[in-house]
Design a binder for this molecule. Structure first.
Ligand code: B3K
Ligand code: ZN
Length: 869
């Protein structure tokens, strides 16, 4: 048997379900190997469906144990059951009750979809199609039901029993078992179903909503780690308060729980009232988590909580509409983090993420529209395009109509669609209704794959004091021009030219909705530098022909912090792609002046200015024939030169930002910003002078009082081969031998060392007792970090890096296809590599393709990666 290309499901084929389910009563008797699930379903024909249709319930790997209809057993010829489907050939044409019993083995569930066990804790993951691995069901998001769930388990195995909604009752069952009954009054699709059972510690607090409801908020973690859940709980409360002020959204149940589990396929899941999290995004202490971990916990707690409205109360009609909940919810969590932290710094972080993940996706064989039109495996569409470009579309909409109208439109969207399974059209209709605008052309953003190019050319007429900006857009493929909001301004020698007037600008934003347009500024008294796409007002590639000196004027003088940062990035990127010592020195001089002026005023921002574009970004800027070694060398040389040139400044920063002895750690943005600049300084010093850098990093390791500083120092040291590095790595592993999440950092750091020896190191680490193929965090830390974060070694000329990742994909596929498929996406840019490396990548991809019985997940990614141009 050879793996076939899996069949496609198409948006244009959508039709309503022939049946609806109004109520679901579940009785779940937890047992490690034989969990019995009895589902009582109140069904009725859907008036919008086909009259007299057969009833097909979805299943996945299910075993039917019992079945009756309105209390009567069904004749064998009345139905057909397979692991993947339960069919009633001639169901009643009136409402009826179907009782279905199934049995599942949570311990044997390595796919981590449906009901499974991790470290003895029972938990579920149902999005996108995991509920059908628990019971036969109409497992599609437009079938929404009210759930009542009775969970029963052995008391010492699972003293804590949690379900969706509110707790109704609980009590003993015989001598050793007990039960809990949960009721969720809000109709929901099956993908939001969840239960948890286990031995768990908790931290809790209450939150009173603006509607006066008292909510019991709790975070459940492995017993003994309660103190590490405090930050997550605090983030829950801040999220609840923020959604009330920013969007007028109040929580709607008496209980809100977050549960951290050890083995989880992704970051977290927004199950109604019972969010289940990868423990990496819950557990934090100064000793075990970095500033970046704290920021990620805050953002993901907020993201899942915000889904309660954008996703749960208003859900998706079908999975093609995924961006309706994901893009919108990413936008909401970005706004939350910006309000909690520094807005410009956060915006830069968002755009770096977009460019690192979404731009390459949009330029490679896995490209797809924000709203895809066809899929073989929906779990492969939880992508940077759906999430992050989806969020950029919402942001552009706000820029176009203005923040006040945006808020009114959001209110309208929630009001009109509450309790419904909605579409992208429903979303846009709310904003069209409140603004009177026609958003049909704007909607193209959801349909057109690829990153548009925005080209800008300026002419200046000194005699007339007139400046003309010609803007044009291009995006291969049919479909007409997009609506691109371009925030912009003109910058003179001393700063923004406030006297320049352009009637086409409204609030500093021009709207480019044709192939090209011309903006004329009058009253321009000196030759300006245009500052375009301020705050990254649209997810496009900007082609703007400026000299280094002009860009450095923006760094020094622009009013827009994003474009100040962008200007330094642009100069650095050109220096990586086209090295030039004299220009590098001029760049260094500009950075000096920048640091002198304001490094200590906004350290977080200064750290971002000092961070050069990544090797991935440099590769992404090249049309083809990418040689990762050449990029690495050029970037490395530039860092070394800057490290030497800025040495004095960097030393001063290092001294000025040294923490006071005994000062307690705080994860807040200001403190994190100081650490990030001081650690960036250390890293650049080491780049310029590895010997001194190694000594200094070893010193820093010894005196570090928190994981942020310790890991940063270890990272600096990890790039300097020698005995000091190995000793430091060993000491770190010994110190954190009982801390899986910290050892993940240790795995990841070693996997990204850009040296040939890394391959051998990874082979050794795969045999380390803390490594386990059954835990996605371990696999992502070691092999994922290598595949996505070590471009020179992953794309080694001898193909050994590709082989390592390919072997892992092959070894993982039958146990956990979702994680295997995600890892395989690392090959997405293979065609753009120089020819011999591309040939090696193709060889490995074809080797995987020849494996019989590949999962649909891997076969789908593989097919598109090999076929797409
Ligand atoms: N909605 C989930 C992701 C589910 C992924 C399924 N393969 C988490 C989130 O985006 O909030
Ligand atoms: Zn989400």
């Amino acid at each position: 048997m050879r793996t076939e290309t899996p069949p496609l499901i198409r948006l244009e084929d959508y039709r309503p379900s022939d049946f609806l389910i109004d109520r679901v009563d579940l009785d779940i008797r937890l047992d490690p190997h034989a969990t019995r699930v009895t589902a009582t379903l109140a069904l009725r024909p859907n008036p919008a469906g086909e009259p007299g249709a057969a009833l097909h319930l979805d299943g996945d790997d299910l075993a039917l144990v019992a079945l009756d209809l309105d209390g009567e057993p069904l004749a064998p010829e009345a139905y057909a059951a397979s692991p993947a489907r339960l069919t009633l050939h001639a169901p009643p044409r009136r409402p009826f009750v179907l009782r279905v019993a199934t049995q599942v083995d949570p311990t044997a569930n390595t796919k981590l979809m449906g009901l499974y066990r991790t470290e003895g804790v029972y938990c579920t993951q149902c999005e996108a199609d995991g509920f059908r691995r628990i019971t036969y069901f109409l497992d599609r998001p437009d079938v929404m039901a009210v759930y009542t769930t009775r969970i029963e388990a052995a008391r010492d195995e699972a003293p804590v029993l949690l379900g969706n909604g509110n707790p109704v009752e609980a009590g003993p069952v015989g001598a050793d078992r007990h039960y809990a009954l949960w009721h969720d009054p809000h109709p929901k699709p099956a993908y939001l179903f969840a239960i948890v059972g286990g031995r768990l510690g908790k931290v809790e607090t209450t939150f009173t909503t603006m509607e006066g409801r008292t909510v019991a908020c709790a975070v459940y973690v492995e017993p003994g780690k309660e103190a590490r859940a405090a930050y997550a709980l605090d983030a829950v409360v801040r999220s609840m308060a923020w959604d009330e002020t920013a969007f007028g959204r109040a929580y709607d149940l008496d209980v809100f729980s977050v549960v951290a589990v050890s083995a989880f396929n992704m970051g977290a899941m927004e199950n109604k009232g019972l969010n289940i999290f990868n423990d990496k995004y819950v557990l934090a202490s100064p000793e075990t988590a970095t500033d970046a971990d704290y920021a990620a916990i805050e953002a993901i707690i907020a993201h899942e909580y915000f889904h309660n409205w954008s996703g749960n109360r208003v859900t998706c009609r079908d999975w093609f509409q995924l961006c309706l909940k994901e893009g919108l919810t990413v936008f909401r969590d970005q706004e939350f983090s910006s309000d909690m932290r520094s807005r410009p710094v956060h915006r830069i972080a968002e755009v770096r993420g977009l460019r690192a993940r979404q731009f390459p996706e949009d330029a490679g064989p896995l490209r797809h529209p924000v709203r895809p039109t066809a899929y073989a495996e929906i779990n492969n569409f939880y992508t940077a395009t759906v999430y992050d470009k989806g969020a950029e579309i919402v942001r552009m909409l706000r820029t176009l109509i203005g923040a006040p109208a945006f808020r009114v439109g959001m209110d309208r969207y929630f009001a009109d669609n509450d309790g419904r399974a909605a579409t992208v059209e429903d979303f846009l209709a709310a904003f069209a209704a409140v603004t009177g605008r026609d958003l049909a052309q704007f909607a193209r953003w959801y349909e057109r794959p690829g990153t548009p190019r925005l080209t800008a050319r300026m002419t200046y007429d000194a005699a007339a004091a007139r400046c003309t900006l010609r803007l044009s857009q291009s995006l291969p493929g049919a479909g007409g021009p997009l609506v691109i909001p371009v925030a912009l301004g003109l910058v003179g020698e001393a700063g923004p030219l406030t006297g320049a007037a352009c009637p086409a600008l409204s609030d500093g934003v021009a709207v480019l909705d044709r192939a090209e347009t011309e903006l004329v500024f009058e009253g321009v008294t000196e030759r300006p530098v245009p500052s375009l796409l301020r705050d990254f007002s649209a997810p496009v590639r900007l082609d703007l022909d400026l000299t280094d000196a002009e860009r450095l004027r923006l760094l020094a003088r622009d009013a827009d912090p994003f474009n100040r940062w962008q200007a330094a990035q642009d100069v650095a990127l050109r220096l990586i792609l086209d090295p030039d010592a004299a220009r590098a020195t001029a760049f260094g001089a500009a950075l000096k002046a920048f640091l002198d002026g304001e490094a200590l005023r906004d350290p977080a921002f200064a750290a971002l200015v000092l961070a050069l574009p990544s090797e991935g970004e440099a590769a992404d800027a090249l049309p083809a024939e990418v040689d990762p070694d050449a990029i690495h060398r050029a970037r490395w040389d530039l860092r070394a030169a800057l490290g030497r040139q800025l040495r004095g400044r960097l030393e001063r920063i290092d001294a000025a930002l040294a923490p006071e002895a005994g000062a307690p750690y705080s994860p807040d943005a200001a403190a994190a910003g100081r650490r990030s600049l001081r650690n960036a300084a250390l890293d650049l010093i080491a780049a310029g002078d590895p010997e001194a850098g190694a000594a200094r990093a070893a010193e820093r390791l010894a005196e570090a009082t928190n994981m942020t500083d310790r890991l940063a120092a270890l990272g600096t040291l990890s790039l300097i081969p020698g005995a000091a590095r190995e000793a430091a790595l060993d000491a770190f592993a010994a110190r954190y031998a009982d801390e899986p999440l910290v050892l993940d950092k240790w795995f990841a750091l070693q996997a990204t060392i850009p040296e040939p020896g890394t391959l051998e190191r990874i082979a050794r680490l795969q045999r380390h007792p803390a490594f386990a193929m059954t835990n996605p965090n371990r696999v992502r830390a070691l092999v994922g970090s290598f595949a996505f974060g070590n471009p020179t070694q992953f794309a080694r000329a001898d193909g050994a890096g590709f082989a390592l990742v390919g072997d892992t994909v092959a070894a993982l596929d039958s146990a956990n296809p979702q994680v295997a498929a995600r890892l395989l996406t690392a090959f997405g840019s293979w065609r753009r590599l120089e020819k011999s490396r591309a040939a090696k990548a193709a060889e490995i991809l074809n080797r995987i393709k020849a494996i019989p019985g590949l999962s649909r997940d891997v076969a789908d990614i593989l097919g598109r990666t090999l076929e797409g141009g």
